[in-house]
Design a protein around this ligand. Structure first.
Ligand SMILES: NC(=O)c1ccc[n+]([C@@H]2O[C@H](COP(=O)([O-])OP(=O)(O)OC[C@H]3O[C@@H](n4cnc5c(N)ncnc54)[C@H](O)[C@@H]3O)[C@@H](O)[C@H]2O)c1
Length: 267
């Protein structure tokens, strides 16, 4: 991949203290973008921001609970004032609470809807407002929402999570449609990552055992690999490289898509 494809760009990545979000933040920085880290985890988030600065770009941390609209307002302002603009949003923050359908607890579904659906749409709202002509940043840009392979297949024990990730897919397409038709100069796309052994991914593997769907964690992981034509789990950098591409000028005529980065699991 060509380097420095994002020279001079200004990004906010949510849920970037660790996992996929931290890897996306690093890849954006390596491609030349300045990157603000937004997360509820302050210590880890500040450490990630300090690491991002080692790539020679500006970075910073902004406390952001994506379910809280007033925190979105301050995170966007903090990004514009710290980085001198805002033209990339990665809506990555998400949670997964595993449950068989017959054991679903309403409060878990509400929590996932809050973070995964409301959090994503609030991010789209405040990014579009800031990036569109006459907005506080005003130079257009790119939004990438992190959906999941779970939006494209039927995987047991994650019905509620899969529903929220399908919603992210739909939000992406309608955001892209409105942004295109109304001349905002913002492209909106999403990525469907396959299973990755982050904190969330390993929790799911453990939950597969707890729900009786796999005898042990190794068998749970092996079951996913078995469903993956490329024959291994995804790595965080696989998702990060795809996010860099979708934000870059190489993707200038791409909007409203969901890009599977899942080794073929969802084909
Ligand atoms: N790991 C996987 O296998 C996998 C697969 C497909 C999609 N995804 C998606 O990728 C994204 C990142 O997942 P991950 O594996 O890195 O998870 P993770 O649990 O390792 O990291 C999630 C990050 O989001 C942050 N976060 C949680 N709630 C938040 C909130 N309300 N406001 C702001 N930040 C919040 C957490 O503090 C954490 O830093 C999620 O949207 C997830 O659904 C993950």
């Amino acid at each position: 991949m060509q380097t420095k494809t994002l020279e001079g760009r200004k990004a906010l990545v949510t849920g970037a203290a660790r996992g996929i979000g931290a890897s996306i933040a690093e890849a954006l920085a390596k491609a030349g973008a300045s990157v603000m880290i937004g997360d509820i985890l302050e210590d880890e988030g500040r450490k990630t921001a300090a690491h991002i600065e080692t790539f020679g770009v500006s970075s910073g941390f902004t406390k952001l609970d994506v379910t809280d609209e007033s925190q979105w307002e301050s995170a966007v302002s903090a990004t514009i004032s710290a980085l001198g603009g805002f033209d990339i949003l990665i809506n990555n923050a998400g949670i997964e609470i595993t449950s068989l359908v017959v054991q679903i607890r309403p409060e878990d579904i509400r929590k996932m809807c809050d973070v995964n659906v409301l959090g994503t749409v609030l991010g789209m709202k405040h990014a579009l407002l800031a990036m569109k002509p006459q907005g506080a940043a005003g130079k257009g840009g790119a939004i990438v929402n992190i959906s999941s392979v779970a939006a494209t297949i039927a995987f047991p024990a994650i019905a509620g999570y899969s529903a929220t990730k399908s919603a992210v897919d739909r939000l992406t397409r309608i955001g892209a449609m409105e942004a295109g038709k109304l001349g905002y100069g913002v492209r909106v796309n999403c990525i469907y990552p396959g299973l990755i052994p982050t904190t969330m991914g390993m929790q799911l593997a453990n939950d597969m055992v707890a729900t009786g769907l796999a005898p042990d964690v190794n068998a749970a992981v092996a079951g996913v690999i078995d469903q993956t034509p490329l024959g291994h789990l995804a790595e965080v950098t696989d998702i990060a490289d795809a996010a860099v591409f979708l934000c870059s000028n190489q993707a200038r005529f791409i909007t409203g898509i969901g890009l599977p980065v899942d080794g073929g699991m969802g084909m």
